[in-house]
Design a protein. Structure first.
Lengths: 295, 573
C-alpha cells in the first residue's frame, strides 16, 4: 500500500491568449484567460493512479489556487483520485514559488502520511520547475525530477528513470519521495463515466458558501454536512486552518517580482559556411573558443 | 484537443432539443435508483447533465485517443494466426480506454455494472465514435448483444454474461450468417441439439461474423429438426472456447480493425435464450431495429468525418488563384453534403427516440406483467410504436448508409488526385463507408422492409397533422412543397396498387419509400427551422431538392420505367 499526494495546478490556457493578460504589477490577470489543468500535473496524477492500481493505497490531489481551481479538482476525482484538497485564501494570492512551496508543504503535513508526492515538472504559466523541488526541501524528503518512468516500487524504495541531457539516468530513492514528471512520461487516463456522474456535483467550501448566499451561516454548515455525507465535499484549507506564518504567504512572502514580459525572438545573422574537412573543423573549434561557447 | 461531441454544433442542437422526459423517467423508476447508486440521476435535469458530461467523455476519447490511431488500425488491421484473432494495436488501446471510462456498458442496467443510458444517447456515442474510427464501432456498437441477453435471457444468464460486458472485459458477437444464409436467415442450418442431460450443443459453420473472436456469442441455430423455415430457429448464448474454431478472417476492402470471422462450432455447449422457436421471428427481429440504427450511426459518423476532410481540404487547396471551396461547383457539393448530413442526423435522432420509446414500453409491459397488472393500454401503444419502428428504422438505414457512400465519394472527389492516395484520410473513409449499406441488411432489403409500412401509409395520420399546421414566414412555401410531394406520393401509390403486379411493385417501392422519407424528414426540418433560424437553409435545400426528386420518382412509376422487367431475359441475354 502506498499513498500518493499529487500537486496539481490550474493554469491559464496559454494557447489561447487574448486581451490584456498581464496586470500593471507584473502578475498574470487570470480573469482574462480561460483556465485549464496543467498537462504535466495530469501526467503526475496518472503516475499516482498507476501506483494505486498496482500497490493499492489512496491518491489525494492538492491544489493551491483561487476558488475556481475546484474545476481541476473535480477532474482529478473523475480520473480516479480518492480525495482532492483545495488550499485557498486571499492571503495566498500573488505567491511566487517560495511562498507557494511553503504553503503546500504545510498543507501536506496536515493531509497525512504518504509514500509519494507527484507533481508535473513545471506549470505552463510560470515555467519555473521550482515548486516541486522546493516543497520537497521544506518537507525534508528526497526528490527526483524529470521522471520518465517508474521502473519498480518496493515497500520502502522506488526506482525511477529520469531524463537528462542526451540520455537518461536510473535512480533509486527511499520513500517517501517527491517525483516530478515529464509530459510524455504517460498518457493521462480519460475520465471514468461513472465517476463523472458521481462527482460532477462535488463542491468546495467556497462554492457551498456561494450557494448559501443570502442564507444564514447555519445553512452553510448544513450544506457541508450534506455534501460530506454524499462524499461530494472538496475539503478546503485556508491560512487559518494551516496555522502558518502569514508573512511567508502570498505577495508578502514572495521576493520574486516580475517587471515585464517580453517576447524575445532569437534570430541568427551572418551565417558562415564551414568546410567538411580537418581544417574546417579546426577553424570551427577556434571560433567557438573565441566566442566563449567552448572552454 | 478536439472533442468530437463538443466541436459538433449540430449534435449539440439535437442533444438540447430531444425531449426524453418520459423515457428517462421509466428507465430510472422515477429516479428511485439514485438511492442505490451514486452515479444515478436524481431528476430529469440531473440526468441530462449526466448524459451531457458522459458524451463529453465520449467525445474526448473519440477525438483525442481513437481518431489519431485510426490510420494505424486501417494499416495494421486485425490479424489471424494459429487459430487466434488479434486486434490491431490501436484497437487494443481503444478498448482499454473504453473500459477505463465505463463506456462499454452504456445501455446496460446499473445492477449489472452499466450506465443505464437511453438508446438515443447510445446512438449519439456511436456516431461520435464512428467519426473517429469506423471499425471500432463494430466492437463498441455491439452492446446491443448485452441488451438482447438482458431483454430475453433469464436472470442467471444476465448475471453470468452482463457484468463482464459492462466492464469491457468481454465483448460480444451476433452469430447469425452462414454460407447459404445471408440475407435469407430463414435458411440457417447450424444444428442445435440436446444431449441426454438436456444440455444444448451447437454444431455447424458460420461465416462473415463480425468480432467472432468475442467471448460472448449470440448464435442463431436450428433447434427443431426437420423444419425448414424461421420457425425452427432458436437463439443461444455461449462463450468461445476450444470447441469454437475460428477458421479464418476475411481480407476486406475497409473497416480493417474489425475482424470478420469464419467459425466452426464443434458440439459447443450453449444456453437457450428465451423460448424455443422464437430465435429469428422474435429475438433477432427485435435486435434488428437496434442493429440497423447502430450501422446508421456508423454511417453518419463516417459521413461527418468525410465532410470535414473535404471542407478542410477545399479551404486549404488553392487553384486558379483561390481556394477551391470558393469555386461554385465545389461549394455546391459541400452544401449538398452538409444538408445531407444534417437532414440525416435529424432523421437518425428522431427515429432513435421512437426506438427508445418502444424499448421502454416493452420493458414496462414486462414489469406490469410481473406485477400482475393490466397491460392493455401499453400493449396498444407498443403495437403502434412497433409499426413505426418497422417503417422508420429501415428507412433510416437505407438513407444514411446510401448517403455515407455518396458523401465519402464526393469528399474524395473534392480532394482530386490526392484523395485517391493513401496519405489522406478520405480514401480510408470511402472504403469504410462501403460496407454500411450492405451488412445488417442490404439497402434493397431495407426497401423491402419499409415497403409494407409505406404502402399502408402508416404515417398518414402524422402527415395529415403536419399539413394542418401553419408555418411562419418563408416556411409556408416549403410546407406547400411538402403537400405537393404528398400528392405525388399518393398518386404514385394508387398507380402501383391498382397495377397489381408484384414485380413492378417491388421495384417501384424504391421510389415510394424515397418519397415517404422526403415527407418524414421534410417535416422534421420544418419544425427545426422554426426554432433555429440557420436550419431554414437546410430545410430549404432539402425540401426543394426533394420536390424535384419526388417528381422524378413519380414520373418513373407512372411512365412505367421498369415495365420492361418482364423482358429481363431478353435484355440481359
Amino acid at each position: 500500500m502506498h499513498n500518493s499526494i499529487v500537486l496539481v495546478k490550474q493554469v491559464p490556457d496559454t494557447s489561447n491568449i487574448s486581451g490584456k493578460v498581464m496586470k500593471d504589477d507584473g502578475t498574470v490577470n487570470r480573469s482574462k484567460l480561460s483556465a485549464i489543468f496543467n498537462f504535466e500535473d495530469k501526467v503526475a496524477l496518472e503516475f499516482a493512479l498507476q501506483i494505486k492500481d498496482e500497490c493499492g493505497g489512496k491518491v489525494t490531489a492538492v491544489t493551491m489556487g483561487p476558488p475556481r481551481a475546484s474545476d481541476i479538482l473535480r477532474e482529478c476525482l473523475y480520473m480516479g483520485a480518492d480525495e482532492a484538497f483545495l488550499i485557498t485564501d486571499r492571503k495566498f494570492a500573488g505567491a511566487d514559488t517560495l511562498a507557494t512551496s511553503y504553503v503546500l508543504a504545510e498543507a501536506i503535513k496536515k493531509i497525512g502520511s504518504y509514500s509519494f508526492i507527484f507533481a508535473g515538472r513545471q506549470a505552463i504559466d510560470g515555467d519555473t520547475a521550482q515548486v516541486g523541488p522546493q516543497t520537497a526541501e521544506k518537507l525534508n524528503i528526497p526528490q527526483i525530477t524529470y521522471a520518465e518512468e517508474i521502473i519498480g516500487v518496493s515497500d520502502d524504495r522506488v526506482k525511477v528513470k529520469k531524463k537528462i541531457d542526451g540520455g537518461f539516468e536510473i535512480l533509486e530513492s527511499r520513500l517517501p519521495v517527491m517525483i516530478t514528471v515529464l509530459k510524455d512520461a504517460a498518457q493521462p487516463r480519460p475520465f471514468s463515466a461513472k465517476r463523472v456522474m458521481a462527482y460532477k456535483g462535488a463542491k468546495s467550501l467556497l462554492e457551498l458558501e456561494k450557494m448559501a448566499e443570502g442564507n444564514s451561516l447555519l445553512y452553510v454548515d448544513k450544506l457541508v454536512y450534506e455534501y460530506k455525507n454524499r462524499s461530494l465535499f472538496i475539503p478546503t484549507l485556508t491560512a487559518e486552518d494551516l496555522q502558518i506564518d502569514f508573512a511567508r504567504c502570498g505577495v508578502k512572502g514572495s521576493p520574486t517580482k516580475v517587471y515585464a514580459i517580453e517576447s524575445v525572438v532569437l534570430s541568427g545573422n551572418d551565417p558562415e559556411r564551414i568546410e567538411n574537412s580537418r581544417q574546417g573543423m579546426n577553424s570551427l573549434i577556434d571560433k567557438l573558443l573565441e566566442d566563449r561557447i567552448l572552454g | 484537443m478536439p472533442n468530437f461531441f463538443i466541436d459538433n454544433p449540430d449534435i449539440q442542437f439535437h442533444f438540447t432539443n430531444i425531449d426524453l422526459k418520459e423515457v428517462v423517467s421509466l428507465m430510472e423508476d422515477d429516479y428511485e435508483q439514485s438511492k442505490e447508486f451514486n452515479y444515478a440521476p436524481i431528476n430529469y435535469e440531473d440526468a441530462q447533465e449526466n448524459y451531457r458530461k458522459v458524451l463529453e467523455v465520449t467525445g474526448d476519447i473519440a477525438g483525442n485517443y481513437v481518431a489519431p490511431r485510426s490510420a494505424g488500425i486501417d494499416h495494421d488491421g486485425a490479424t489471424f494466426s494459429e487459430g487466434k484473432v488479434t486486434y490491431a494495436e490501436g484497437t487494443q488501446h481503444n478498448m482499454h480506454e473504453l473500459s477505463q471510462t465505463d463506456l462499454m456498458g452504456l445501455i446496460l442496467p446499473r445492477k449489472y455494472g452499466g450506465l443505464n443510458f437511453p438508446f438515443v444517447y447510445y446512438m449519439m456515442s456511436v456516431e461520435v465514435m464512428a467519426r473517429a474510427d469506423a471499425s471500432l464501432m463494430n466492437i463498441f456498437g455491439l452492446q446491443d448483444i448485452g441488451d438482447t441477453i438482458r431483454k430475453f435471457g433469464n436472470e442467471d444468464q444476465r448475471l453470468e454474461f452482463l457484468p463482464k460486458m459492462a466492464t469491457g472485459e468481454h465483448t460480444g458477437a451476433m452469430v447469425l450468417t452462414e454460407p447459404d444464409a445471408g440475407s435469407d436467415l430463414q435458411a440457417v442450418k447450424m444444428h442445435a441439439y440436446q444431449n441426454d442431460q438436456g444440455q444444448w450443443l451447437l454444431r455447424g459453420v458460420k461465416r462473415f461474423i463480425t468480432n467472432g473472436n468475442a467471448q460472448v456469442l449470440l448464435v442463431l441455430a436450428r433447434s427443431e429438426a426437420g423444419t425448414k423455415d424461421g420457425r425452427g430457429l432458436s437463439l443461444f448464448v455461449c462463450n468461445g472456447g476450444p470447441t469454437v474454431v475460428i477458421r479464418r478472417i476475411e481480407n476486406k476492402l475497409g473497416i480493417h480493425g474489425s475482424p470478420t470471422c469464419e467459425m466452426q462450432f464443434n458440439d459447443t455447449p450453449a444456453q437457450l435464450v428465451g423460448v424455443r422457436r422464437y430465435g429469428l421471428i422474435k429475438y433477432v427481429l427485435d435486435l434488428m431495429f437496434r442493429a440497423r440504427m447502430g450501422v446508421s450511426g456508423q454511417a453518419l459518423g463516417i459521413s461527418q468525418a468525410a465532410y470535414e476532410e473535404a471542407l478542410k481540404y477545399a479551404r486549404a487547396r488553392r487553384q486558379f488563384g483561390k481556394a477551391i471551396a470558393e469555386i461554385p461547383m465545389v461549394s455546391n457539393m459541400l452544401i449538398d453534403m452538409r444538408v445531407m448530413l444534417e437532414s440525416n442526423r435529424s432523421l437518425f435522432y428522431s427515429v432513435a427516440k421512437w426506438v427508445d420509446e418502444k424499448e421502454r414500453i416493452d420493458d414496462q409491459i414486462e414489469k406490469l406483467k410481473a406485477e400482475g397488472k393490466s397491460t392493455v393500454e401499453e400493449t396498444a401503444r407498443l403495437k403502434q410504436l412497433t409499426k413505426i419502428a418497422n417503417l422508420l428504422t429501415p428507412i433510416t438505414k437505407y438513407t444514411l448508409t446510401e448517403s455515407a457512400n455518396k458523401i465519402t465519394y464526393d469528399a474524395l472527389q473534392i480532394h482530386g488526385g490526392t484523395g485517391y492516395m493513401k496519405e489522406f484520410r478520405v480514401e480510408q473513409l470511402a472504403r469504410d463507408a462501403r460496407i454500411t449499406n450492405i451488412y445488417e441488411g442490404t439497402s434493397q432489403l431495407q426497401i423491402v422492409a419499409a415497403a409494407g409500412g409505406t404502402i399502408n401509409d402508416v404515417l398518414g395520420y402524422h402527415f395529415d397533422e403536419c399539413e394542418t399546421k401553419v408555418y411562419k414566414g418563408g416556411l409556408t412555401k416549403l410546407s406547400d412543397h411538402l403537400k405537393e410531394i404528398r400528392q405525388l406520393f399518393l398518386q404514385s401509390l394508387k398507380y402501383v396498387v391498382e397495377k397489381k403486379d408484384i414485380g413492378f411493385q417491388e421495384v417501384a417501392s424504391i421510389d415510394l419509400v424515397q418519397m415517404y422519407s422526403y415527407l418524414y424528414i421534410g417535416y422534421l426540418l420544418l419544425a427545426e427551422a422554426e426554432i433555429e433560424p440557420r436550419k431554414v437553409f437546410i430545410a430549404n435545400r432539402y425540401i426543394v431538392h426533394s420536390l424535384a426528386n419526388a417528381r422524378k420518382n413519380s414520373e418513373a412509376i407512372r411512365s412505367e420505367l421498369f415495365g420492361d422487367l418482364l423482358h429481363a431475359d431478353k435484355i440481359l441475354q
